[in-house]
Design a protein around this ligand. Structure first.
Ligand code: ZN
Ligand code: MN
Length: 287
């Protein structure tokens, strides 16, 4: 698919064509759309503290790497990532008060993602993946997808399909067992901890401060939220559980396992039959 029609427009022989949408010319992009069934993946990240050992870009670097692997596997393209996300929450990202954490209001994030989806749709893309790299984004991506679907139905577009996913959901039990060595974990406390640190050690070891990897016990939060945040349960260094057992090989295994799993899931999601919206709702909205 994508690989083939990009190749047809003539990259240097022997080099793999780029899966980055923004590396293409407008004519190359148009050819990808015209060839049909193009999937475009939009990584949505955050600029957020990740402990004393990982960079603020962690939630961008990880989903972009996953997206590029998936795009190569399925012949798709990766749109430029959105580097800002919804506000860091104490229980999943340490909180928005850490220096360098630059966040968007929910309405802003929804508006940005909705606009990008509508722009892709305007140019004929009908398969769009919102690939989340930051847990706090998830319901805002749902809202953006819903509003863009409504916009497109009003434009008369009936065949736009959007898939939303968090890459961490695809890590299977065997990979989890190897990551955490059989110990307990929760995804919410996996912030700047074993998984993210391992994948960063694999992808960007130059950005990991290996002499500053903390080894703190998992944070313990109450079952309610209070505003303004009570900062006392938040580990002061920003890692919500210990990354001490992180390793580059564990990170490589995560990517090797997750990329084909997401590629397979997309094949299923984009090829499932049927009109997923009731005719009544379509009629009502286009009136
Ligand atoms: Zn993160
Ligand atoms: Mn995050």
């Amino acid at each position: 698919m994508g690989g083939d029609h990009i190749a047809a427009s003539g990259p240097t022989p022997g080099t793999e064509p780029s899966v980055r949408l923004a590396d293409l010319t407008w004519q190359e992009f148009a050819a990808c759309v015209a060839a049909g069934s193009l999937t475009v993946i939009l990584p949505v990240g955050a600029t957020e503290q990740h402990g004393p050992h990982l960079p603020l870009s962690t939630d961008v670097v990880l989903p972009v790497a996953v997206a590029e692997g998936v795009a190569r596997a399925i012949g798709g393209l990766v749109a430029p990532a959105i580097p800002y996300g919804y506000k860091s929450q104490p229980k999943s990202g340490g909180g928005n008060h850490f220096p360098g954490t630059l966040s968007l209001d929910g309405a802003t994030l929804v508006a940005v993602v909705r606009d990008v989806v509508n722009e892709l749709a305007r140019h004929g893309v009908r398969r769009i993946v919102l690939l989340d790299g930051h847990m706090e984004n998830q319901w805002f991506l749902t809202e953006a997808a819903d509003l863009a679907q409504r916009d497109q139905r009003r434009e008369g577009v009936r065949d736009l399909r959007i898939v939303k996913l968090g890459y961490w959901s695809f890590i299977d039990p065997a990979t989890l067992a190897s990551l955490f060595e059989g110990g307990p974990f929760t995804w919410e406390l996996e912030h700047a901890a074993v998984m993210e640190t391992s994948v960063m050690l694999h992808l960007r070891p130059d950005l990991v401060r290996t002499d500053r990897v903390p080894d703190n016990p998992p944070a313990a939060f109450p079952h309610y939220d209070v505003y303004p945040f009570d900062t006392r349960p938040i580990p002061p260094d920003g890692a919500l559980s210990s990354p001490a057992r992180a390793a580059a090989a564990k990170g490589a295994r995560v990517l090797d396992q997750v990329v084909p799993a997401i590629a397979a899931a997309l094949a299923e999601a984009f090829n499932s039959p049927g009109d997923l919206v009731s005719k009544e709702r379509q009629a009502e909205e286009t009136r």
